[in-house]
Design a protein around this ligand. Structure first.
Ligand SMILES: [Zn+2]
Length: 384
């Protein structure tokens, strides 16, 4: 029995780390690093249906804090945010499955094509997205895609939007090249109810255009600027955001994740906080997060608060010589313990420790992480 199940309320009991089959030791290690770099998010959030792979155990979800409310769930919708600007939000929250693994997307309508921000990660989810676009916006071709970052729930659907131009940060492109190379010939999407029926061919299309700093398009909405820019290291080393200054709309990718715990497995919390401050200083009213419901600066401030509290508490314990697994089990995050995906507190604490001891890189050290997970799980299970 898992002592801290929230299953009665629709939460996942456990979150598993990886779902990618590996076939031999040498390949295993190579793919482990790759998956740590790029494929974590989708599989991480598949909860009970995912297989533990690469030796990394699932992480026990901490108990909710009864003193605070559970965030409201949200529905799938294609919402118009401004003239020719739409956000596609996928359902999540209590009663909606884990919710945290299904990402959002955006659509900007040009004269002769559509620009899509992120391509989701699974064929049936992409199909539903495309159907919503066709029913609401029409049949213009998908001419351009922006991948906000390398995670497979943001780039995994690229193949369905071809022959669109795909734009990404160079770091994202480099990672996706490795992800594409790791796919075996004849690969299929893994069967998963509502996501894939197991027959769909799987290819990873690599972004063909890169943006290192900033790129502005003026050919949407009669000259309205669409700014694509790299705000600095945050959720990954290669994040892009899409900003429409005339409408004060920001598509933030996973730099903003609302009503659920942000996820730093390829991130750098201190740099991420700087980026959040940068966004707080921008002329923005509407923020489309990479996951969760549409929000604004109020919701972004909560993400900032989460990181500030976790960093402060982790630092205290780091300075006291406590291990990351013990520290994460010891830290109480209050209202943030009720967000979807609270087991990421362990993973985020682990990344903070890598910051503190100067070992942080764009990917995680799987062996060290595994030890932290084992320790954390043992403590939480013993409490049960
Ligand atoms: Zn991500």
């Amino acid at each position: 029995m898992v002592p801290f199940s929230r299953s009665k309320r629709g939460f996942q009991m456990m979150t598993k780390l990886q779902d990618t089959e590996v076939v031999c030791v040498s390949r295993r290690e190579a793919v482990a690093r790759l998956m740590a770099a790029g494929v974590g998010m989708v599989s991480m959030l598949r909860g009970n249906v995912a297989r533990a792979q690469l030796g990394a155990p699932p992480v026990v979800t901490p108990p909710p804090d009864p003193k605070f409310p559970i965030p409201a769930s949200w529905k799938t919708e294609l919402r118009k945010l401004g003239p020719n600007v739409f956000a596609y939000i996928q359902a999540g929250g209590v009663g909606q499955g884990s919710g945290a693994g299904v990402s959002n997307a955006g659509v900007i309508v040009g004269d002769d094509h559509l620009l899509v921000i992120d391509t989701l990660g699974q064929p049936l989810l992409v199909k539903a997205f495309m159907t919503a676009v066709r029913n609401t916006i029409g049949n213009k071709p998908f001419g351009r895609v922006v991948n906000t970052h390398q995670h497979s729930d943001h780039v995994g659907g690229n193949q369905f939007f071809m022959p669109a131009e795909i734009v990404a940060h160079p770091f994202c492109r480099e990672t996706v090249i490795k992800m594409a190379a790791a796919l075996p010939p004849g690969a299929k999407f893994e069967k998963h109810g509502g996501w894939a029926d197991g027959t769909e061919d799987r290819r990873q299309i690599v972004p063909g255009t890169t943006v290192t700093d900033k790129l502005t398009y003026y050919n949407y909405n009669n000259g309205t600027a669409v700014e694509i820019f790299h705000p600095g290291v945050a959720h990954t080393w290669g994040d892009l955001m899409v900003y429409l200054p005339d409408y004060k709309i920001l598509f933030a990718g996973d730099i903003a994740v609302f009503s659920m715990t942000p996820w730093t497995h390829n991130g750098y919390v201190t740099e991420w906080l700087k980026v959040l401050d940068k966004i707080m200083g921008m002329d923005v009213e509407t923020i489309v997060p990479g996951h969760g419901p549409i929000g604004g600066k109020k919701e972004l401030a909560e993400v900032r608060e989460y990181f500030l509290i976790l960093k402060r508490e982790a630092r205290k314990r780091f300075d006291a010589g406590m291990s990351p697994g013990k520290a994460a089990a010891d830290i109480k995050m209050g209202k943030f313990d009720n967000w979807i995906g609270a087991e990421r507190n362990l993973l985020n604490t682990f990344r903070l420790y890598c910051e503190f001891d100067g070992t942080i890189t764009p990917i995680w050290d799987m062996d060290r992480l595994r030890r932290a997970i084992d320790e954390y799980n043992a403590i939480l299970k013993a409490r049960g």
